[in-house]
Design a protein around this ligand. Structure first.
Ligand SMILES: [Zn+2]
Ligand SMILES: [Zn+2]
Length: 323
C-alpha cells in the first residue's frame, strides 16, 4: 500500500503536477510561513450531496442536469455524488456479497483446522493482529489520499477526490447506502480474496487463513466504520454504538478530531488503536510528518496538510441544517 502511494508521489513529481514552494528544514514549516507562502496549485473538486428532504430531491436533481455537470467539468471540477449515486445497485451488492463469501470461505477453512488449544490461540492472535494492522493500513492509505495527488491521478484519482471531497461535505458518506458505500473497496479486493481462498484450500496455515481474511475484510469495512463515525448515536444500531463506546471501533469523537484543517492527524478509521503510535505529539513529531519530509526531500512533493486549506476546501454547511 505504501509502495503504491510512493509510486503515486513519484509519478506526480516526475510529471511536475505539484511543485515545491518553500525550503524544507529539519521540521515542518510553521503556520505563519505557510500563510506567507504563495498559493499552491489548488485541487478543485466539487461534491454534490444527496438531498436532505424529499422536496429538495427534485431541486437537486435539477441542479445535476447535464449542462451543470458539463459546466463543472469545464472548470476542472469533479462531481462526485448525485442522489442516484448514493443508492446501492445489484452490481454493488454482487461485489460486496461475492467478496465477503470468498473471505468467509477462507476464514472457515482456517477455523476448521483448529483442533487444539495451541491452534485456537494462534487463530485468536492472528485475528487480533489483523484488527490492529487494518487500523494501521487504512490510516496510511487515508494519509496518502488526503495529502497527495488529485482527481487526475492514475488509478487512485477517484479515491483521492472522494477522500478530499469528504472533508468538504462529510455528511454525504452517511447518506450512502451500505453496498454503495463499501463496494469500491470490496470490488478491487475480490481477486485477492479469491487467491486467499485458493491458498486456504491448498493447505495454508491456520494463522494465515485467519489473519489474511480478517485483515482484508476489515480494510474493506473501514469505509463503513468511517461512515458510522459520522453518524449520531440515534442513527446507529445499538451494537455499533456499543462497539464504538467500548473502543473497539472508531468513534464519532475520535474521528471528528481529524476533521479540523489542515487534516494532518488522526487518520485511523477502523479502531483508532494506532493513533497514539503514529500521531505522537502531532503534527511536529508524528510518523506522518517524518514521511512527508521524506517524500518531499526525495521527490519534491509537498503534502496538502502543509498548507492552509483553500476556501473551497473547508467544510460546508450541510443543506437543511441552517435555521
Ligand atoms: Zn481525511
Ligand atoms: Zn470523515
Amino acid at each position: 500500500m505504501s509502495t503504491s502511494l510512493a509510486s503515486t508521489a513519484m509519478a506526480l513529481a516526475s510529471s511536475g503536477a505539484l511543485s515545491s514552494r518553500h525550503t524544507v528544514g529539519q521540521s515542518r514549516p510553521s503556520a505563519a510561513a505557510l500563510r506567507a507562502a504563495p498559493s499552491r496549485r489548488r485541487l478543485v473538486v466539487s461534491a454534490v450531496a444527496a438531498p436532505f428532504r424529499e422536496e429538495e430531491a427534485v431541486a437537486q436533481q435539477a441542479d445535476l442536469s447535464a449542462a451543470a455537470v458539463a459546466a463543472a467539468a469545464s472548470r476542472g471540477r469533479v462531481v462526485l455524488e448525485s442522489a442516484d449515486e448514493l443508492r446501492s445497485t445489484w452490481v454493488h451488492r454482487a461485489w460486496v456479497g461475492g467478496a465477503t463469501a470468498l473471505m468467509a470461505g477462507t476464514l472457515a477453512t482456517g477455523l476448521a483446522q483448529v483442533d487444539s488449544s495451541g491452534a485456537a490461540v494462534s487463530a485468536g492472535a492472528a485475528a487480533l493482529a489483523a484488527y490492529f494492522l487494518a487500523d494501521v493500513g487504512t490510516a496510511f492509505y487515508h494519509w496518502g489520499v488526503d495529502n497527495y495527488g488529485d482527481a487526475n491521478t492514475p488509478i487512485f484519482g477517484g479515491q483521492i477526490a472522494a477522500f478530499q471531497g469528504h472533508h468538504q461535505r462529510p455528511w454525504t458518506i452517511t447518506e450512502r447506502e451500505f453496498c454503495n458505500n463499501v463496494h469500491k473497496l470490496f470490488a478491487p479486493a475480490t481477486p485477492f480474496a479469491a487467491v486467499l481462498l485458493g491458498s486456504a484450500a491448498a493447505g495454508a496455515p491456520v494463522w494465515w487463513d485467519v489473519w489474511s481474511s480478517t485483515f482484508l475484510f476489515l480494510c474493506c469495512m473501514s469505509q463503513q466504520m468511517h461512515a458510522w463515525s459520522h453518524m449520531k448515536k440515534s442513527e446507529l444500531h445499538p451494537a455499533v454504538v456499543a462497539l464504538q463506546e467500548s473502543g473497539l471501533m472508531i468513534s464519532r469523537r475520535d474521528h471528528g478530531a481529524h476533521h479540523k484543517a489542515p487534516f494532518d492527524c488522526k487518520y485511523s478509521i477502523v479502531s483508532g488503536w494506532c493513533t497514539p503510535l503514529l500521531d505522537g505529539d502531532c503534527p511536529e513529531n508524528s510518523v506522518w510528518s517524518k514521511l512527508e519530509q521524506y517524500v518531499y526531500q526525495h521527490w519534491g512533493v509537498e503534502p496538502r496538510s502543509w498548507h492552509e486549506p483553500q476556501a473551497d476546501w473547508l467544510e460546508e454547511e450541510r443543506p437543511g441544517t441552517s435555521a
